[in-house]
Design a binder for this molecule. Structure first.
Ligand code: HEM
Length: 148
């Protein structure tokens, strides 16, 4: 059996985290559609914590030990562009999410949150872009390992 190297293992854990965050985001959106706003906010909070945890525990090490050496060894290409998009969206999404969650502060009243629904829509899109570009990156980096 082929063993995974450390970088591939880290990236696979990171992919798993991204799938969990994706499920939480879609679930949180569905809850909003059912007018279950408190649960919606709790799902987004958990997604935020998971996202942040995986950035520090997995993505940063994977970026430093996997992507940076790779970037240094090849000329600028579409994969590097995708990494930049992924990293930018992946940092932006939790920053705005943090702002939304701090504004909410676990209050039952939804008045404050209601006013921010446009920003939430934007956060949602940015977050999905971060996850989707991360998925594409994983596939591009590890295609040969997985299917080769
Ligand atoms: C932190 C990340 C969050 C994301 C990504 C997010 C995402 C969304 C999205 C996509 C919508 C639909 C927007 C639209 O209809 O234009 C929405 C609506 C809503 N969200 Fe969030 N949300 C977040 C946090 C929160 C928090 C902390 C609260 C506070 C309780 C909250 C309460 C609401 C409410 C009340 C609505 C419905 C607004 C309405 O339909 O009038 N959300 N959210």
């Amino acid at each position: 059996m082929y063993g995974m190297d450390n970088v591939t293992f880290l990236a696979t854990v990171s992919l798993f985290c991204q799938i969990v965050v994706f499920v939480l985001l879609v679930g949180g959106y569905a809850l909003k559609r059912q007018q279950k706003f408190l649960l919606h906010a709790i799902f987004m909070l958990v997604a935020f914590m998971f996202h942040l945890g995986s950035v520090f525990a997995v993505m940063l090490p994977s970026f430093v030990f996997g992507v940076l050496p790779f970037m240094a060894s090849v000329p600028f290409n579409s994969l590097i562009l995708l990494s930049i998009v992924h990293a930018t969206m992946g940092i932006l999404a939790p920053i705005i999410a943090c702002w939304l969650i701090l504004g909410w502060r676990f209050r039952k009243a939804m008045t404050y949150c209601m006013r921010k629904k446009k920003l939430m829509g934007l956060t949602f899109v940015v977050w999905l872009l971060a996850l989707f570009s991360g998925f594409l990156l994983y596939i591009s980096f590890y295609w040969a390992f997985l299917f080769g």
